[in-house]
Design a protein around this ligand. Structure first.
Ligand SMILES: *Cc1c(COP(=O)(O)O)cnc(C)c1O
Length: 670
């Protein structure tokens, strides 16, 4: 077992008293660590009162007996965050009793709560609560709030006079959470008085340790708990509540994950034979990914272009937690829910038309499929079913499903499926070439599809707003629909939508990756009023027959609503501007250097194209990735194109590290 974390319903719930009794009973089996202390140090008290216990030095100690973040500020010092505290966890042979401060919802740093630390520590939590009037309500409030925040405690310790009624009520209303009662020594606390108290209550303490998986269950009469009305048997795996005993797999050393992964998992865009072991990521926050082996990497590619503000952005985590307490999922045919409506209103407020509709799905490829199907069905309703041709652009990418492959048509990625793909043309990103293609296929084209300003997967190829405008004008002149695939470009080009840089009005817009801040899968296809009108008929045969199990998933929608509220506040634009300015000053000078064929910047996206043979499969990509990992940066070059697209919260310091990693890749230095 990994140890236990001690938290409390209140600041003075009796956490230290609990730790004193617990360690007096089990000093041979547990060590003690309080990572951050304020005021009178508990570590010293523990050393004095439990001389046999191993007490580890705190990571930080502050003078004033106030919230640590405040105490730190008064000393002009920095309060360590959850990740830093986790990283400082002493390496011990015995499991740790980790005492936290305050309650789970006391501030940890200036902008996080202690519950983040509980989550990050990943050890079973024991909730300490004073046994006095109000114990049941106080405890249930804390347990429910903790559960909502993803850290359900494994046991409750009632500190003070035994209260069978309270213990039974707490167990009853928490699906049988293990509840123990502990009495503190009367009179002065000394090693002797603590020893006597611990000895008297050894059975209760042992029950607690067994309940959290500290040792194999031993036969016990259960008479005492039965008489107190407390359910203390181990819950069935998969039964109500969380298992008190962590599953066997969770207790295994993390080191063997990559090997286990190899045996059972098939990864996207990864060869089964000969691929490097996957990086085992166990946690993330802001721009950082934490690996099982203790390394931390800067997520320079925003986890495949999804993470927008940063990992576990607190407002989004809060929105998700609150939503999970209301509505998990519900079908979306014949049913609606507030988050879906609110989000649709927010999104439609950002597009260059009035009216129109939002069609929900759950990933970029399906958002594109929906747009293609809507476009074709639109023409069917208009009596032009012969418009079966779509036009995409060279270097375009629209997803991996069949329709998306047909309009993307990358010979390397989709070549084997060529015989199965429907007909689509590919033209260079050029208004003239498009004009010629549409002229040669008059009356046969349903829609033109383009990633506005930046063709992402094709190598971060960029075109200007003027070129985009010319392409859309040609499309409209030929009376063909224009689909803006903003699945990647949404929020990445320094504006909500890339197409808005050129003032064009698409007929359909696809959005996905950052839609819910990158936290949950969610996609939309936005249909302009002209498209909607063609479907707005009582003729049931003209229904758009399309839908997915998780259409408009309420959790994803709730997170997306919060994300869009943040996007309304302009703050994110400043962050995007800061990153763009950084690229322009730090990376553009690489242009013209030997081995560099091009440097491209658009919003928070920066790409450096190297002069290397081999296209997407170029060896250089793997080499650059490894060089960058050695420097603490996760890059994923698109063949010879080394690019970065970091989350908005990425600090200047991280940007410097990132730019240095790219520069090192260019010069080939380690
Ligand atoms: C990623 C991407 C898609 C596909 O989205 P998924 O969620 O991966 O299916 C479609 N279009 C563009 C432009 C993309 O970048």
């Amino acid at each position: 077992m990994t140890g236990i974390v001690v938290t409390g319903t209140d600041t003075d719930a009796g956490k230290t008293a609990f730790a004193l009794l617990f360690l007096t009973a089990f000093a041979d089996r547990f060590d003690y660590w309080k990572p951050v202390e304020t005021g009178d140090p508990d570590s010293l008290r523990l050393r004095r009162l439990v001389p046999t216990a191993t007490v580890h030095e705190p990571l930080a100690r502050f003078r004033d007996p106030v919230a640590p973040a405040l105490a730190a500020r008064r000393e002009a010092r920095v309060m360590p965050g959850a990740a830093e505290i986790c990283a400082a966890r002493p390496n011990t042979a015995k499991p740790l009793v980790i005492e936290t401060f305050g309650s789970p919802f006391s501030p940890l740093t200036g902008d996080t709560l202690q519950v983040e630390l509980l989550r990050a520590l990943q050890a079973p939590a024991v909730l300490v609560t004073p046994s006095k009037v109000g114990a049941v309500g106080r405890t249930l409030t804390a347990v429910r709030a903790m559960t909502g925040a993803g850290v359900r405690p494994v046991a409750v310790a009632l500190m003070g006079p035994p209260d069978d009624y309270a213990a039974a009520q707490i167990a009853r209303h928490t699906d049988g959470l293990s509840v123990i009662s502990l009495q503190l020594p009367e009179g002065e606390w000394t090693p002797e008085s603590l020893r006597a108290a611990a000895e008297r209550q050894r059975a209760e303490l042992t029950r607690l340790v067994e309940g959290i998986g500290g040792e194999e269950p031993t036969p016990r009469s259960g008479a005492r708990s039965a008489e107190r009305g407390v359910r203390n048997e181990d819950p069935e795996p998969g039964g109500p509540g969380l298992p008190l005993r962590a599953p066997r797999s969770a207790l295994r050393a993390p080191d063997d994950w990559p090997a286990r992964d190899r045996a059972v998992v098939w990864h996207p865009y990864t060869a089964l034979a000969g691929a490097a072991d996957p990086l085992p990521v166990v946690a993330a926050e802001r721009e950082f990914l934490h690996l099982a082996d203790g390394r931390t990497l800067i997520d320079a590619v925003s986890s495949w272009w999804t993470i927008l503000h940063g990992h576990r952005h607190p407002p989004l985590v809060e929105a998700l937690t609150a939503a999970a307490g209301r509505l998990d999922h519900v079908l979306f045919a014949g049913v609606t829910h507030p988050a879906a409506v609110e989000l649709a209103e927010l999104i439609l407020g950002s597009v260059p038309w009035t009216g129109g509709r939002v069609f929900y799905s759950d990933n970029g490829s399906t958002a594109v499929e929906v747009a293609l199907k809507m476009a074709y069905q639109f023409w069917c309703h208009r009596g032009e079913p012969n418009r079966t041709l779509f036009v995409g652009f060279e270097g375009g990418y629209h997803g991996d499903t069949f329709g998306a492959m047909a309009v993307g048509r990358d010979p390397l990625f989709f070549g084997p499926f060529e015989p199965l793909l429907f007909r689509a043309l590919q033209v260079p990103v050029s208004a003239e070439r498009l004009d010629a293609a549409l002229g040669a296929n008059a009356g046969r084209v349903a829609a033109v599809i383009l990633e506005p300003l930046v063709q992402g997967a094709g190598g971060m190829r960029m075109h200007t707003p003027q070129e985009l405008r010319a392409i859309v004008e040609v499309t409209q002149r030929h009376g063909v629909l224009f689909i803006a695939d903003e699945v990647m470009t949404g929020c990445r080009t320094g504006r909500l939508w890339a197409h808005s840089h050129s003032g064009i009005v698409p007929d359909l817009i696809c959005s996905a990756k950052t839609l819910a801040g990158g936290m949950l899968p969610l996609a939309v296809t936005l249909a302009s009023p002209g498209i909607v009108a063609a479907f707005d008929t009582p003729d049931r045969a003209k229904t758009f027959f399309h839908g997915h199990s998780f259409t408009a998933n309420p959790l994803a929608c709730a997170v997306a609503v919060k994300n869009w509220q943040l996007l309304a506040s302009q703050e994110w634009l400043a962050a995007a501007q800061r990153i763009e300015t950084f690229w322009r000053t730090r990376l553009e000078p690489l242009r013209g250097r030997p081995g560099v064929t091009d440097v491209r910047v658009c919003g928070t996206i920066a790409a450096v194209e190297l002069d290397a043979p081999g296209g997407y499969l170029a060896d250089i990509g793997q080499r650059v990735r490894q060089l960058a990992i050695n420097r603490g940066v996760l890059l994923r070059p698109l063949g010879p194109v080394v690019y970065a697209m970091p989350p908005l919260c990425t600090s200047d310091e991280s940007l410097v590290r990132l730019a240095d990693a790219i520069r090192a890749a260019v010069t080939g230095t380690d």
